[in-house]
Design a protein around this ligand. Structure first.
Ligand code: IMP
Length: 427
């Protein structure tokens, strides 16, 4: 198996967790490269559901080195809670988990700012996960962030927290009119968290590059999706990091030429959590699809907005990430829908457009142009190969391949590991 980046091709929640768990079997290591505990990667094994927020989805396999890369923002409290939860389930966490010393830390003032910002935005809110992700990346780029390595140094940590709080508290009081925070309530607990996490914290750049030197196989685990990317997503309704494949390089310290393949994870329809444009959204929010697909956020429990397959979106994701192969997920959810719709063009101000527009105003005025495909009623969730699929299922997949310009290598037809069809010897 090559070194592969797993990237979401839509707005997140494409089912990356399941695919990473599957591919992890043949890999030596799984590395998260961006985002934080805003992510919720679901893996179901023998009916048991595991939701991973920060720890790479390879952790459910024994003997795989799981790494949280420098591009991730880490809430240490959430990370320890996740470690404890997994340990309680009998999943061993020790030498198999490493955390980058360069990764930035989420503090209580980031979470408070996230909520205060959202309240201020009112009806224009982004509908963030309130995990402090945006404010933590803000501090990183403002060059006042605090990194994992700093948690191990009491003097340094105290000084930096005090300096940051001076500014944040001014904003809390004068601008947001919310309660100020006290550094005493943060420094001690964060030093304690640092002591607990110290055994995991290391130079992951050297570690990953050494593995690649030794021809070990590394999976790069993206969180969120292409259309939530800070540069390429539906700005400003995006997250604050780079879920796109380029982020795998900067978020881990691995030169781009060392990455051999990109696998785009594509849901067989479209979903989005939170506000912002979703051109193919079904007029009632896609309640039928939501019920069928159990489309509720794995982190916040919020109902996901649902829509038809948008080939313009996935084609753009194909270009941005240059994936030649796709894993199509949740195909079984479409069983029983008499007519399926695929959008391949938009009408914007009366003009036909087949590429994704840059301006938010244009995106908001999109009228999708649909082609209709006949659905199928046969249960496909137990199929072992595509020859067992009804003709119309194959037709739907063929059309997706044709419109996106990438090959379907993996098809997921249910939550379980066993409900997956691999069409490529690599995967
Ligand atoms: P933030 O990442 O919490 O700042 O949220 C920014 C936007 O990204 C919001 O619309 C969230 O709903 C969305 N978002 C963040 N993480 C995920 C995810 O893992 N899946 C889907 N949407 C996400």
């Amino acid at each position: 198996m090559p070194n592969v980046v797993i990237v979401g091709a839509q707005w997140g929640d494409e089912g990356k967790g399941k695919i990473i768990d599957l591919l992890a079997e043949n890999a030596d290591s799984v590395v998260r490269y961006q985002g934080g505990n805003n992510a919720g990667h679901t893996v179901v094994i023998e009916g048991k559901k595991h939701i991973l927020h920060l720890i790479p989805s390879g952790i459910l396999h024994k003997g795989k080195l799981c790494i949280i890369g420098n591009g991730v923002v880490i809430d240490p409290t959430a990370l320890i809670a996740e470690i404890e939860e997994l340990t309680a389930k009998g999943i061993e966490i020790g030498e198999n988990l490493k955390i980058s010393e360069l990764a930035h830390v989420i503090f209580p003032y980031h979470r408070a700012l996230d909520t205060a910002n959202e309240t201020k935005r009112g009806s224009g809110k982004i509908d963030t996960t309130h995990r402090g992700i945006g404010p933590a990346y803000n501090d990183k780029f403002a060059r006042i962030g605090i990194r994992m390595i700093d948690l191990m140094h009491p003097d340094r940590l105290e000084k930096r927290i005090q300096r940051n709080l001076e500014e944040k508290n001014f904003m809390f009081k004068q601008y947001y009119a919310v309660t100020e925070l006290n550094s005493r309530d943060i420094v001690g607990p964060y030093l304690a968290l640092g002591r607990r996490l110290k055994p995991f914290v290391t130079d992951t750049v050297t570690l990953i590059n050494r593995m690649l030197d030794e021809k070990k196989k590394v999976l790069f685990e993206g969180a969120q999706g292409t259309f939530l990317d800070i540069d390429f997503g539906t700005y400003p309704f995006v997250t604050a990091s780079h879920p796109t494949a380029g982020g795998a390089s900067t978020g881990t310290g691995v030169g781009p030429t060392r990455i051999e393949k990109i696998l785009g994870i594509v849901k067989a329809y479209t979903t989005r959590v939170g506000s912002g444009p979703l051109p193919t959204e079904i007029s009632d929010g896609g309640e039928d699809l939501r019920t069928r697909g159990r489309e509720f956020g794995a982190t916040t429990g919020r109902p996901r907005r649902c829509g038809w397959f948008d080939a313009v979106v996935v084609r753009r994701a194909q270009v941005l990430n240059h994936f030649e192969q796709m894993a199509v997920t949740k195909l079984d959810v479409l069983t029983g829908i008499p007519t399926l719709y695929i959008c391949n063009e938009y009408l914007i101000n009366g003009e036909r457009v087949s590429s994704f527009p840059a301006s938010l105003e244009d995106v908001e005025s999109i009228q999708p142009v649909y082609e209709e495909l006949p659905g199928w009623n046969e249960d496909i969730s137990g199929a072992k190969n595509i020859n067992q699929f009804p003709k119309n299922t194959r037709r739907y997949l063929d059309r997706i391949e044709e419109l996106v310009g990438a090959k379907i290598s993996v098809i997921s037809i249910g939550e379980e590991r066993s409900q997956t069809i691999m069409l490529d010897p690599f995967f």
